[in-house]
Design a protein. Structure first.
Lengths: 152, 145
């Protein structure tokens, strides 16, 4: 994968993560502090964006100019997940808005990171499935046209 | 070049001092235009119809022609085949492989942002990310570089 392709893929992932972190914040907040209203500054609305940005940084471990085998890729993805969990725990422990003294909150964050990670991988995979279906349809059309040209 | 009567068979004659790589290239080109490539199998030479070839692969500086159930070695280089077989719907899908798109059943996603081509023989070959844009253009009928 070239650096340009890698960056393009990271940008796509950044937007997927931003949306999913926002949803996760709402769900975790509803579970951990039901009925509690939020008093936040406008700047705090950007928190899903900077969290997604921080989570993108560890994905650099999956970049390689050489072709990676399936096993090498799986190992790198596992390292990436551990690093992302680490980043999110660091945010949880340093943020005033998150009650990191409650193990349940940390567990919810850890679980949410895992879930978001799996969903992000799934969304990217589904994008590729749809792209390959489109290419297969175009291929069949090309083959039909070529056969028609041969018989003419 | 001599113009001949309609009934006479067309032919190409080459007069050369030695069978150099350039001459072999010209011979391969003429054969490919006729729809055949020369391949060696068990020390015997065969004329392999281009339409029978699933893909052409370079392995350890040797180039092989893969048909449904046979593998022929050829003296030509991958890059020579690339332009020669473009109009026969052959496309480079990795650094070492030219794929006959007419022999592809489906395209599926593979790991690490790559795609794989499922051939009509059931075999799967990897399409590397670098060649995906060219594949997309080819699928729209644009086989240019």
């Amino acid at each position: 994968m070239s650096l340009k392709e890698f960056i393009e893929k990271r940008v796509k992932l950044f937007f997927i993560l931003s949306v999913m972190i926002l949803i996760a914040q709402a769900i975790i907040g509803t579970i951990a502090a039901p009925g509690k209203s939020l008093h936040i500054r406008y700047i705090d609305l950007l928190s899903p964006l900077y969290m997604a940005g921080l989570c993108i940084l560890p994905t650099v471990v999956t970049y390689s100019r050489k072709k990676l085998t399936a096993k090498q890729m799986l190992v790198r993805h596992a390292i990436q997940l551990v690093l992302i969990e680490g980043v999110m725990m660091l945010i949880a422990f340093t943020s005033d808005a998150i009650d990191s003294s409650r193990p349940a909150v940390l567990l919810l964050i850890g679980g949410a990171v895992l879930l978001i990670y799996v969903l992000a991988v799934l969304f990217l995979w589904l994008g590729q499935v749809s792209e390959s279906k489109k290419m297969t349809a175009q291929l069949h059309q090309l083959q039909q046209n070529a056969e028609r040209n041969e018989t003419d | 070049m001599t113009k001949i009567e309609r009934g006479e068979p067309e032919r190409v004659e080459i007069f050369c001092h030695a069978l150099s790589d350039e001459v072999r290239e010209i011979v391969a080109f003429v054969k490919s235009r006729r729809g055949q490539l020369t391949g060696t199998l068990d020390d015997r030479q065969y004329e392999v119809p281009v339409t029978d070839i699933f893909y052409i692969e370079s392995v350890d500086n040797k180039v092989f022609l893969y048909t449904k159930d046979k593998v022929y070695e050829t003296k030509q280089k991958i890059y020579e085949f690339e332009s020669m077989l473009q109009e026969k719907y052959f496309l480079r899908v990795s650094k070492s492989m030219l794929l006959n798109l007419m022999k592809v059943e489906a395209i599926k996603p593979a790991l690490n942002g790559r795609f794989s081509a499922v051939l009509r023989s059931g075999e799967q070959v990897i399409i590397t990310r670098k060649y995906v844009p060219a594949l997309k253009r080819a699928l729209k009928g644009d086989f240019g570089a």
